[in-house]
Design a protein around this ligand. Structure first.
Ligand SMILES: Nc1ncnc2c1ncn2[C@@H]1O[C@H](COP(=O)(O)OP(=O)(O)OP(=O)(O)O)[C@@H](O)[C@H]1O
Ligand SMILES: [Mg+2]
Length: 184
């Protein structure tokens, strides 16, 4: 994994962004990746969760929320667009834009207000189906791309974590130093 030096202003990384690839053999592994991410989070961070229907995006958020101490059922925001959680002093905004027909629905719903970099309402934005908001979505710090890994019905998942900003790269650095998962 290549992780350049990070700076406080979180500039874009170049020429090579930080990347990690993980093998998640079952649901527990996806939950564990979410849990491992939990201590790396800071207000203002934008994380996109990409992958087909059923790839494990909500499962990862569930693991993250549980690790922060959230004890209630974690609902998918497919119908509500956003689920707001305040846990361990952190605002967590969990979005799912799957049902958008047009990217403009992101603006019409006023969702850009959640993506504040600082201030009392700033939080961590976790976004499922970010492509559905097109170019309106702020640049992510961390992209987590999940895909089915294997052919059989019990296939696990592959996770590719890609950090286009220094803030995202700092998350990956913490994750790789804390995790027992192989990072290659
Ligand atoms: N690593 C894994 N291996 C096998 N199954 C997994 C893994 N991670 C999650 N799953 C399973 O995948 C199924 C779908 O998970 P989840 O609802 O999180 O997907 P999603 O990406 O949020 O889907 P959607 O796009 O519909 O919101 C669940 O049954 C979950 O248990
Ligand atoms: Mg989901």
């Amino acid at each position: 994994m290549h992780v350049p030096n990070s700076t406080s202003s979180s500039p874009l990384l170049s020429p090579e962004d930080a990347t990690a690839v993980l093998s998640l053999r079952d649901e527990a592994a996806t939950l564990a990746l979410g849990a491992a991410l939990a201590p790396t989070l800071h207000p203002g961070l934008v994380i996109t969760l990409e992958g087909d229907l059923g790839a494990g995006k909500t499962t990862l958020v569930r693991g993250l929320l549980r690790a922060l101490g959230y004890g209630n059922k974690v609902k998918s925001p497919t119908y509500t667009l956003v689920e707001v959680h305040v846990v361990s002093g952190l605002n967590l905004y969990h979005f799912d834009f799957y049902r958008f027909n047009e990217p403009e629905e992101y603006l019409d719903a006023g969702l850009d207000e959640y993506f504040q970099a600082s201030g009392p309402n700033a939080g961590v934005c976790l976004v499922e189906w970010p492509d559905k908001a097109g170019a309106y979505l702020p640049r992510p710090d961390l992209r987590i791309c999940l895909s089915v890994d294997g052919q059989d019905g019990n296939a696990g998942r592959k996770a590719v974590l890609h950090a286009p900003t220094a803030r995202g790269a700092a998350c990956l650095t913490s994750l790789s130093s804390a995790s027992s998962n192989p990072v290659r």
